[in-house]
Ligand binder design. Structure first.
Ligand code: COA
Length: 382
């Protein structure tokens, strides 16, 4: 009898985790028991990362200490900056630049390699990695724009300092709050492809730099983190065309193409994060930020709902609205996926630390379907 093949590992349980839970039938996401709605409304990204890594919400003193350490870690070694500058000159994709930048960080961390069983050492290493991601993305963007990077300011919040380093401007309190919330929404999401990649790497007891670098690689694909850029590309194409959003998606469907930002392996209803971001996009628009695409997003969503797509379980996911919000914040399209990686690094590191506490090397099998006997011919006889 042939064993059943779990292609794509759909629904296969491979570990236990206390970090986050996704209920795709009712559209619920929780981090360690706290609803994503509560965390988005009341917590900061630093608080959420602490929750994911330490298991409970921090006290004021714990948060101050943790945020301070993250802020102190923001500065980059000059060699990393030099590399980012040459990658920008070579017109490298920002996600690839982030992957290279993070991979390079280990060279300047004398304690980069894994210390078996020392969870606190892993958390400290996690802080040194996560703290530097905002600076890498902002510095790469500065070089692309032909200016010098803005120096990090450890007195500012993770989200606020990133926005300031990215644009060189302070930004409004609503912009900072919205960005912080977007980071919270993307921080963790069960055993998705990039988290699983990080864990697979961590299960070999490789160092955290390797796990985060691998996570970034997995997240870069259009079926995962790349989807929000695809959504914005679609909106921009609609804007540049002589067709409206409804006509556009109808044509896509006639051609059998997938609508970016719709559908999810787990959610069969609208992603709760999409609801929160949609509301935030409306708040930003009310405050006067340019809202080129919220109208397109809402029109497409109601049209596809009327057409029965949502009822079939293909509903808007987080990417359908995250791009709209980032665009309102003036962030360039191709930084959306690196920002997703920035946020998800909190989740990746939390999962790797949790998994390594009770580690088992991940090593599945493939069913061999190649020939069982082949006659070897020397090269000159082939
Ligand atoms: N637009 C239209 N139809 C879609 C769709 C979309 N975005 N996503 C899935 N479908 C359809 C498929 O065509 C398929 O239809 P069929 O059974 O008639 O062939 C059915 O839904 C199931 O698709 P499948 O690929 O098996 O689902 P999945 O669980 O593997 O898909 C995604 C999950 C995310 C890969 C998929 O929905 C997708 O490609 N979405 C667009 C990209 C995206 O937004 N990714 C970000 C996710 S956070």
């Amino acid at each position: 009898m042939t064993e059943e093949l779990a292609k794509g590992l759909d629904g296969i349980l491979v570990a236990e985790s206390e970090l986050s839970s996704v209920d795709g039938q009712i559209g619920e996401l929780i981090y360690r028991g706290f609803s994503i709605e509560d965390l988005a409304k009341h917590a900061s990204y630093e608080e959420v990362v602490y929750l994911l890594w330490y298991g409970s919400l921090p006290t004021e003193a714990e948060l101050e200490h943790f945020s301070g350490q993250l802020a102190e870690a923001r500065r980059l070694h000059p060699d990393v900056l030099l590399t980012l500058e040459s990658l920008a000159d070579a017109d490298e994709d920002p996600m690839a630049a982030l992957r290279t930048g993070v991979s390079m960080l280990s060279a300047y961390d004398s304690e980069a390699s894994y210390t078996t069983g020392d969870i606190e050492a892993s958390r400290k290493k996690g802080i040194r990695i996560l703290g530097k991601l905002p600076t890498i993305i902002a510095a790469f963007q500065a070089y692309r724009e032909g200016r010098e990077p803005v120096e990090p300011d450890p007195s500012r919040s993770f989200a606020g300092d990133f926005l300031r380093m990215l644009s060189g401007e302070e930004g409004t309190p609503l912009a900072r709050e919205t960005f912080d919330m977007a980071l919270i929404l993307h921080a963790d999401h069960g055993f998705n492809a990039s988290t699983f990649t990080s864990i697979v790497i961590g299960s070999t007891m490789a160092d955290l730099y390797a796990s985060v670098t691998g996570g970034i690689g997995a997240l870069s694909g259009p079926l995962h983190g790349g989807a929000n850029q695809e959504v914005m590309r679609m909106f921009r194409d609609i804007e540049d065309s002589d067709r409206g959003p409804i006509e556009w998606v109808n044509e896509m469907q006639e051609r059998g193409e997938r609508i970016p930002g719709f559908g999810h392996r787990v959610y069969k209803v609208k992603d709760p994060r999409a609801n929160i971001l949609e509301a935030k996009a409306a708040a930003l628009a009310e405050e006067g930020s340019e809202d080129r695409y919220i109208g397109y997003a809402q029109e497409i969503e109601s049209h596809l709902t009327e057409m029965g797509l949502v009822e079939k379980g293909i509903a808007p996911n987080v990417d359908f609205y995250s791009g709209v919000v980032y665009d309102q914040l003036g962030i360039p399209f191709d930084l959306y996926t690196p920002i997703f990686a920035l946020s998800r690094t909190g989740g990746w590191i939390g999962h790797v630390i949790e998994y390594q506490e009770d580690n088992r090397l991940i090593r599945p099998r493939a069913r061999y379907i190649g020939p069982t006997e082949a006659d070897f011919a020397p090269i000159d006889q082939r």
